[in-house]
Design a protein around this ligand. Structure first.
Ligand code: GLN
Length: 229
């Protein structure tokens, strides 16, 4: 973080393509639920930040290297991560969806046997795929961003993508030629993350701002902006 106009400017890392949480819209603007929440929270709490669209794993790596102060990227709060990071209060819940091409003949996890699936490095979706790959007898391929992951399934190179359900469903609703055939049993909630005990004031401000947005109705407005009422 750096000093500017007497106050700290927090550097916040985020993903590249993860609609509706962060993505480039048709006007070429980088928008989404995460970014609108962050902007509204920063305004409410009076802090400044600069956004870095790095990719999910790169953002987490940058956080660990101290190159960013926080990450907002539809990042699921789980026990493993709570050891290394401080998370804000949860702001959205999600689970992993498994999506395939509708004409692939794959209708269940059993049908993945002998195939390769594609996941995004460092995500809970990747972790879920790893946890069931022996049981269902498939291989796991890693890529760095969601658009590459979708392409790999759409071209038939991989049989299925493991992606957060609200994200893959958002793409499908907008015409992406995949369908969800299964979801992980365990869900997780998204939180804003900082390195453990490094930025307690930032987490506190995030929580206070989030609470204010929930009370004012702005949280609901932001969700509705991307997902409807
Ligand atoms: N929610 C998932 C995770 O935390 C995916 C996040 C992402 O791909 N941006 O790992």
């Amino acid at each position: 973080s750096s000093e500017a106009s007497g106050g700290e400017v927090y550097i916040i890392g985020t993903d590249t393509t993860f609609a509706p949480f962060e993505f480039e819209n048709d006007e070429g603007e980088f928008v989404g639920i995460d970014l609108d929440l962050l902007e509204a929270i920063a305004e409410d709490q009076g802090f400044e930040y600069e956004l870095r669209s790095l990719g999910f794993n790169a953002a987490v790596t940058a956080l660990e290297a101290g190159q960013v102060d926080g990450v907002i990227a539809g990042m699921s709060i789980n026990e493993e991560r709570l050891v290394k990071y401080d998370f804000s209060d949860p702001y959205y819940s999600s689970r992993t969806g498994v999506a395939v091409k509708p004409d692939s003949g794959i209708t269940s996890l059993e049908d993945l046997a002998g195939t390769q699936v594609v996941v995004k490095t460092g995500t809970t979706g990747a972790e879920y795929a790893e946890s069931i790959k022996d049981e269902y007898d498939f291989d796991v391929k890693y890529v760095e961003d969601s658009s590459t992951m979708y392409q790999d399934a759409l071209t038939g190179n991989s049989s299925a993508v493991f992606e957060d359900y609200p994200v893959i469903q958002y793409e499908i609703t907008r015409g992406m030629g995949l369908e969800v055939i299964a979801q992980s049993e365990e869900g997780g909630e998204y939180g804003f993350a900082t390195l453990k005990e490094k930025q307690p004031e930032l987490v506190e401000m995030f929580n206070a701002g989030l609470q204010n947005l929930r009370e004012s109705g702005e949280y609901d407005e932001i969700i509705a902006r991307y997902l409807g009422e």
